[in-house]
Write a protein that binds this ligand. Structure first.
Ligand code: HEM
Length: 175
């Protein structure tokens, strides 16, 4: 992978991104704004699962309100994130936090899709039914919020890979 990153860093696309100084800060800014949108949206759904907000509203209404923000925000984050990777492939690929973040994003997205699929459309998504969740579902909602917080931490931790992971940092091993 690192060989690929080293090769990619010399390609015209990557060199152009590296030499066009406004692109990386712009992409980082958009990435950060999207983190806010996606995280708050996930938090709202989780709080509704807990029954702490909008308990008078059908769960479907809350879920349907926030799903486009979560999906759209994640798509923009994937696009801006890929541009950031293309600008500094070796730095990203040699960060333990980067690979942990990618793996946990896959886990979080798969579990989110699984959660949605588990709700039977007729009963819960079509509305009407004021859904109450089991203790297990509430625990999963808390776990989901904590997982996304850890993903956000890992995003920030990419810049401090050696300081955070010490000998476990891929950066340490490759340098
Ligand atoms: C899905 C594809 C994603 C890719 C390819 C990606 C990639 C990146 C890259 C390359 C950076 C720059 C890190 C650095 O060099 O210091 C970054 C920053 C960051 N990412 Fe992502 N990311 C993605 C999604 C996400 C998601 C879903 C979250 C959290 C909800 C997230 C949270 C962060 C955070 C907190 C930063 C640090 C921003 C800063 O301090 O400048 N990223 N991401």
């Amino acid at each position: 992978m690192l060989e690929f990153a080293t090769w990619f860093q010399g390609t015209p696309v990557s060199v152009w991104l590296q030499s066009t100084l406004w692109i990386v800060p712009l992409m980082q800014s958009v990435h950060i704004v999207m983190i806010g949108i996606v995280f708050v949206s996930i938090l709202m759904v989780a709080l509704r699962v807990m029954g702490w907000i909008r308990a008078d509203e059908p769960f479907a209404a809350v879920l349907n309100r926030f799903t486009p923000w979560i999906a759209g925000g994640l798509a923009v984050m994937a696009a801006t994130g890929l541009i950031l990777v293309a600008a500094e492939p070796v730095r990203e690929f040699s960060a333990t936090s980067f690979w942990m973040k990618m793996a946990l994003i896959l886990v979080a997205v798969a579990s989110g899709l699984g959660f949605r699929a588990a709700l039977t459309p007729e009963k819960q998504l079509a509305g009407g039914d004021n859904l109450h969740f089991s203790g297990r579902s509430k625990a999963l909602a808390v776990g989901t919020v904590l997982l996304w917080l850890f993903i956000i931490f890992l995003g920030r931790a990419i810049a401090y890979d050696i300081e955070i992971w010490g000998p476990l940092s891929l950066n340490q091993r490759f340098s």
